[in-house]
Design a protein around this ligand. Structure first.
Ligand SMILES: [Fe+2]
Ligand SMILES: [Fe+2]
Length: 363
């Protein structure tokens, strides 16, 4: 996570990047010019620093040279829709935090845009999971959970309208966190038992906000209440068993766990997608049900865009394109040889090893 102090920003120059707060809300948008007046306003709200690149999309720029024109174009489209969604959702969540209300129309439109965009570029959405560095910002996590719920919903053959409702329940699943104090919500270290108890209240609070204050119907509000319930009844808040949960809650549980373990925290390293998939399979039948989790895992790009791999012919390469329905057979560019290997065509070539992106880059 990169921090930028207000004192480091000169007056009179347009900002090169969006500036985020610790929840993932955009405080000052890219292009805005810093003025003494704006500086005063920020200082009055006790804002002394910002986070940069909370969406993790800036990381993608380092990889663009490896990708084909078509993929680069798709990435730009996805980046646009994704960034717009972050702006909309963070604005509404901040309003909920400050004045206790939000615009339901914006939530609906965001869900609609995401469904349309994922309908066109699913592989890019999933593919970017390998490149984007995901720090854990509540608002961005809400978008990512909605993205995964749409992907899962599509594979469960939900129609567009149903995908949108699933997406809305995903966008809103952690809305209760807008009423959890920042001291707990943003605590950089592990929570104590008491803090954990307070944090866990977010599911009950979220459900109340959605049903009582915003009058959402049950299928959209359910995931807020039930996304931490587990198959064996060890979850919260009610410890109910899996059969009793709404489909959206089950979907949210799977997607929420996946997004949490693939995100970075101060006290833990993010799992790579193939590690996260393995982890999910270890909690199947205990915390999550087998058919839904398998369905989810089948759609996840185990070797997302930008993944550095060693092939069984010992060539080192980088994943540059994904084929729909064949997550283990991507297109791999081998920079040292100046060649591209399409594993869907070259069936004897396999991925032998996945490199951690924190290791040195492929030359
Ligand atoms: Fe949650
Ligand atoms: Fe969550």
């Amino acid at each position: 996570m990169k921090k930028l102090y207000l004192a480091q920003i000169p007056n009179g120059e347009p900002l090169h990047e969006d500036l985020f707060n610790s929840n993932g809300a955009i405080l000052v948008p890219k292009g805005k010019i810093m003025t003494p007046r704006l500086r005063q306003q920020l200082l009055r709200s006790n804002i002394e620093y910002f986070w940069l690149d909370a969406t993790g999309f800036n990381e993608v720029d380092h990889y663009l040279e490896h990708f084909e024109m078509e993929t680069v174009k798709e990435i730009e489209e996805v980046r646009k829709v994704y960034t717009e969604s972050v702006k909309s959702i963070s604005n509404e969540f901040e309003r909920m935090r400050k004045i206790g209300n939000l615009d339901k129309k914006v939530i609906e439109e965001t869900a609609h845009e995401l469904v349309e965009s994922i309908g066109r570029h699913q592989q890019v959405y999933l593919g970017l999971e390998g490149i984007r560095r995901k720090d854990f910002y509540t608002y961005i996590h809400s978008i990512d959970v909605a993205v995964f719920m749409i992907v899962l919903g599509k594979s469960l053959k939900l129609d567009r309208k149903q995908q949108e409702r699933a997406a809305m329940s995903g966008l809103l699943h952690d809305i209760g966190k807008t009423r959890i104090h920042d001291n707990i919500l943003l605590k950089p270290t592990r929570l104590t038992d008491e803090e954990m108890r307070v944090m866990q209240e977010h599911s009950r609070i979220g459900h109340e906000i959605l049903t009582k204050e915003l009058r959402y119907p049950a299928d959209i509000a359910c995931a807020a209440l039930e996304h931490h319930e587990r198959m064996d009844g060890t979850g919260y808040p009610h410890g109910v068993t899996w059969e009793k949960l709404h489909l959206h809650s089950k979907m949210a549980a799977v997607c929420d766990i996946y997004d949490a373990i693939t995100g970075e925290r101060v006290y833990k390293k993010a799992m790579l997608p193939h590690e996260a998939v393995e982890f999910l399979m270890t909690i199947v039948d205990k915390h999550l049900d087998r058919s839904l989790t398998t369905q989810f895992v089948r759609n996840i790009s185990v070797y997302p865009l930008g993944t550095r791999v060693t092939l069984n012919n010992q060539e080192e390469g980088i994943v540059v394109r994904l084929h729909d329905g064949y997550p283990t057979r991507p297109v791999v560019k081998v920079p040292r040889k100046g060649t591209v290997r399409d594993l869907l065509i070259e069936q004897t070539i396999m991925i032998e090893r996945v490199h951690d992106p924190r290791e040195a880059a492929v030359g």
